[in-house]
Each structure stands twice: as structure tokens, then as C-alpha cells.
Design a protein around this ligand. Structure first.
Ligand SMILES: NC(=O)c1ccc[n+]([C@@H]2O[C@H](COP(=O)([O-])OP(=O)(O)OC[C@H]3O[C@@H](n4cnc5c(N)ncnc54)[C@H](OP(=O)(O)O)[C@@H]3O)[C@@H](O)[C@H]2O)c1
Length: 326
């Protein structure tokens, strides 16, 4: 038995991806074999094709952090998942494939009412937003949350989760059209930093109070300016650097305002503290079962068009999420 997977053949970006054939790996105890019906496309996949992600894999490798599909078979010791079940799985890599074999503890049942494409784009963004806002940021009902990159994958999910946690949410992005989607996901206010004076627009919305929590997957200038908007005791959650630049943060401002800069790594935290990750995933699954947190999918691509999908992400043509369909 063989299967196809999109393989990164050089660290030169998405165009190095090639469809290659692999032998199906043998089953082992505690493992689940999944016929992949959809793969989530994440920003870290893009970084991996350039060798710029913290997990630096040497080519040839198959990117893809998350999938959804149908269980084909299970190894000895797996009892609560069976052939024919529809599931989602966190793969970290290897997801851009027709088939994956993965540990049972990384597999969850597809949330009710979700398509495979929605399931394949659920875990990374929702886990990141939950770990950031709840585990690390301690976001409280009534607080003001400023979400940078609010039109992208992890940002749009944070908008919805922030509202579900009772915060007042200000969504920040570069186009009115994309920000309209953030409004639909519940944002109380939006700021288009290309057309507005960013700091003044946020100050107009918060008065002198400032914002309690900044959720920042963007970095660079926006992040530097957001730190100036923090309230006393605020939290700046560092999620990523989609702008390609690190912010310049002034330690004396942190002291004067008593704010904290908090690094967030959802995946690594889950590997180091699986019990906390399990509780978070359970909370997210309950919200999904109640009809929340369904990913906003703006496009779907065939597996062979993974390069086009990653380039759409790279060129900021994506609102919310995109998926590959093997
Ligand atoms: N810490 C974690 O656990 C974790 C987990 C997953 C992802 N991440 C990181 O989070 C970041 C965002 O990931 P994502 O999947 O949400 O990506 P995404 O869907 O591409 O969203 C990124 C958003 O950032 C904004 N942006 C601003 N300046 C940009 C620039 N120069 N280039 C590209 N985008 C820019 C874009 O919104 P506008 O065009 O509207 O400005 C875009 O929607 C990445 O750095 C990723 O590695 C971190």
C-alpha cells in the first residue's frame, strides 16, 4: 500500500513542494491510521518551507500540523477510537498527505456538525487562542482585548473566544473587507491600521483606560505601538511575528505601567503540560459542540495545489482559514 504526500524538497518556500509517493507505515500499538480528508494550512507550515520555524526539519519532509479524516484501522491498545470514526488529529508535521499514522492521544472525534475541512482547521487556532487568553493571559469578563492580526487564522479565533469569555474585543487588520468578517465573529469594534491612526483610534475607543490584554501574532511596529496602549497591569501576549519583525519593547514602560510581556507557545506547552492541554481541548470541544468556534474557511485547495495555498497565506489573501483536500 502506498499514499501521496506533498513533500518539501528544499528550504526555498512553497514552490519546492512536490507530490511524492510513500509506502504506508506499519501499524503499532497505541496508533491510529487515518485516511486524511482535509489538512489545515497554517502559517508555521509556510515558515517550515523556508526553514524559519522553531521546528526546523531538513528536506525532504512533509509539512502539515493538523488533519481531519476517517479512521482506517487502530493498533493494539486503542479502544475508544475505531475504524470508520471521523476524527481530527494534531500532527505537527506530515499532515499534507493522503494518510497519517499517529498516537491515539493526539486524535479527537470530529466536533458535531463540523465538515472535515472545518475539523482540520479547528485545533491549532483554537488551542493557540485558548492557551493565550485563558492559561497565559488570564483574560477576565469585562476586560478589553485588543487582537492584532484579527483577520488571520489564530487572530479571528481569538476574537470569537474573547467574546465568549466576556471581554470587549477590538479587532485590528489591514482591510475593511477582512475586518467585516471579524465583526461577524463578534468584534465590538474594528481598527484598520492602514487607513486610521492606529494608536489614536484605539485611544478613542478606550478613553484613558487603555486595553487590558493585547493578543499579538503580528509583531513589528503594530506590536510596539500596542504596548503603549496597555492599561495598568496589562498583558502583552506574544503569539508570533507574521510581519517578519520583532517589536521593540521598552522595559521602563513595563515598569511604569506594571504590564507583563508573556510568551505563548501552545504546541510546546501541550507537550510539556499534557494535562493542561487536555483540559483546554475539552473546554474547546464543549464550545464547538454548542455551535461555537466553527472556523471561517475562505478557500479550499486540492492537495497538489498546496504551494498556491501557502502563497495565498504569504500574500495576505486569506481571511480566517484555508484547507487542502486530498
Ligand atoms: N504561539 C503559538 O502557539 C502559535 C500557534 C500558531 C501560529 N502562531 C503564529 O501566529 C502568527 C499568525 O499565524 P496565522 O496562522 O494566524 O497566520 P495568518 O492567517 O496569515 O494571519 C496573520 C495575520 O497577520 C496580519 N499581518 C500583518 N502584517 C503582516 C505581514 N507583513 N505579513 C503577513 N501577515 C501580516 C495579517 O492581517 P492583515 O493583512 O489584516 O494585517 C494576517 O491576517 C504566525 O507568526 C504563526 O507562526 C503561533
Amino acid at each position: 500500500m502506498t499514499f501521496h504526500a506533498m513533500t518539501c524538497t528544499a528550504l526555498t518556500g512553497p514552490r519546492s513542494l512536490r507530490l511524492q509517493t510513500y509506502p504506508s507505515p506499519p501499524m503499532e500499538s497505541g496508533k491510529v491510521r487515518i485516511a486524511v480528508r482535509a489538512c489545515g494550512v497554517n502559517y508555521p507550515d509556510l515558515l517550515m518551507t523556508y526553514g524559519r520555524y522553531q521546528l526546523r526539519l531538513e528536506p525532504p519532509f512533509v509539512p502539515g500540523m493538523e488533519v481531519a479524516g476517517e479512521v482506517l484501522e487502530t493498533g493494539p491498545g486503542v479502544e475508544d477510537v475505531k475504524a470508520g470514526d471521523h476524527v481530527i488529529a494534531s500532527t505537527r508535521a506530515n499532515g499534507y498527505a493522503e494518510q497519517v499514522v499517529i498516537d491515539r492521544n493526539l486524535v479527537f472525534h470530529l466536533p458535531p456538525g463540523f465538515t472535515h475541512a472545518e475539523g482540520a482547521t479547528f485545533s491549532v487556532a483554537s488551542r493557540t487562542a485558548y492557551h493565550a487568553l485563558v492559561d497565559r493571559g488570564n483574560l477576565q469578563a469585562g476586560e478589553t482585548l485588543l487582537v492584532l492580526g484579527a483577520t488571520g487564522g489564530v487572530g479571528l479565533t481569538a476574537v470569537e473566544l474573547g467574546k465568549l469569555r466576556g471581554a470587549r474585543v477590538i479587532a485590528v487588520g489591514s482591510s475593511d473587507e477582512k475586518l467585516a468578517v471579524a465583526r461577524q465573529q463578534g468584534a465590538d469594534a474594528v481598527v484598520n491600521y492602514l487607513h486610521q491612526d492606529f494608536r489614536q483610534a484605539v485611544r478613542d475607543l478606550t478613553g484613558d483606560a487603555g486595553v487590558d490584554v493585547v493578543y499579538d501574532p503580528v509583531g513589528g511596529q503594530l506590536s510596539t505601538e500596542s504596548a503603549r496602549l496597555l492599561a495598568w497591569g496589562g498583558r502583552l501576549l506574544i503569539i508570533g511575528f507574521a510581519s517578519g519583525a520583532f517589536p521593540e519593547l521598552r522595559a521602563n514602560h513595563a515598569l511604569i505601567k506594571g504590564y507583563s510581556v508573556i510568551g505563548v507557545r501552545a504546541g510546546e506547552s501541550g507537550r510539556r503540560n499534557p494535562e493542561q492541554a487536555r483540559r483546554g481541548m475539552e473546554a474547546l470541544r464543549q464550545l464547538a459542540a454548542q455551535g461555537h468556534l466553527k472556523p471561517h474557511l475562505c478557500a479550499q485547495y486540492s492537495l497538489g495545489n498546496a504551494a498556491e495555498a501557502l502563497e495565498a497565506l504569504e500574500n495576505r489573501r486569506v481571511t480566517g482559514r484555508i484547507a487542502l483536500l486530498p
